[in-house]
Design a protein around this ligand. Structure first.
Ligand code: SAM
Length: 227
């Protein structure tokens, strides 16, 4: 077993090598989850190394996801999802679906994930099992208790279209940036503010255990669509 904390080197190049080593892909199995403190040790680096940060995230986008899912966030979300039916849209590689299914004890039928793999060529990565290749706008959004959406396309109406399709009482788990950020558009954030209520207690707990990529300001939040 690799002792991550012992191996963390303060130089950026070594961190990149280490994260590639621990976040490597083993056949069809997505990389394991890491706890928040491991991500933060790996990311302790000088801010001048912008190009190396970019390189590191490009790697992770291809083998896992655009955001970090720490072990602790997966535990909280897993408890929340237990016994619920789930649809994940824009699911990317399927890394998040894989780990949240395990954390919640849900089957692929209970936790459905969709992506049409239309992402930009330079971001195309691995496709783990458990994601249906389908246009997310044709997914039966209203049939689930919870909709999960992480890093929806920037400056496009994708996120907005999904939340407008949701019915009252449904939950949304969202990971992305806020107004002025690189996920969704202003109409999405306006709609979220006017038609959804944030689950503040849960969101504060998620905030405490989330780890962000360098220069990224995303958060995990849970919302409920209002009557
Ligand atoms: C920025 S990536 C985020 C991927 C993943 N949620 C993550 O956090 O790693 C956006 C994803 O949306 C997918 N996508 C874009 N339009 C779509 C559509 N109409 N239906 C399904 N997936 C779509 C792309 O293929 C891409 O995987």
């Amino acid at each position: 077993m690799l002792n991550l904390n012992a191996e963390v080197d303060p130089t950026q190049e070594a961190n990149v090598d280490l994260i590639k080593k621990v976040h490597q892909v083993n056949g069809n199995t997505p990389p394991a989850l890491l706890p928040k403190n491991t991500w933060e040790s790996l990311q302790r680096r000088p801010f001048s190394k912008v190009t190396d940060d970019h390189y590191l995230r490009q790697h992770l986008v291809k083998v896992s996801s655009w955001c970090i899912l720490t072990q602790e966030v997966a535990d909280i979300l897993g408890r929340f999802l237990q016994g619920k039916s789930v649809i994940e849209v824009f699911a990317g590689t399927g890394y998040i679906a894989h780990h949240l299914r395990l954390a919640a004890g849900l089957t692929r039928r209970e936790y459905r994930a969709y992506d049409n793999y239309s992402t930009h060529k330079e971001h195309r990565g691995i496709r783990y099992p458990g994601v249906t290749q389908k246009n997310a706008f044709q997914a039966p959004i209203k049939s689930a208790d919870v909709v999960i959406m992480t890093w929806p396309a920037y400056a496009a109406n994708h996120a907005e279209r999904i939340v407008k399709k949701m019915r009252h009482g449904q939950y949304l788990i969202y990971n992305g940036e806020g107004y002025g950020g690189c996920t969704g558009n202003d109409a999405f954030h306006d709609y979220l503010d006017s038609h959804f209520l944030p689950l503040n207690n849960k969101n504060e707990a998620l905030y405490d255990v989330h780890a962000q990529h360098a220069h990224i300001r995303d958060q995990w939040t849970i919302w409920r669509k209002r009557r």
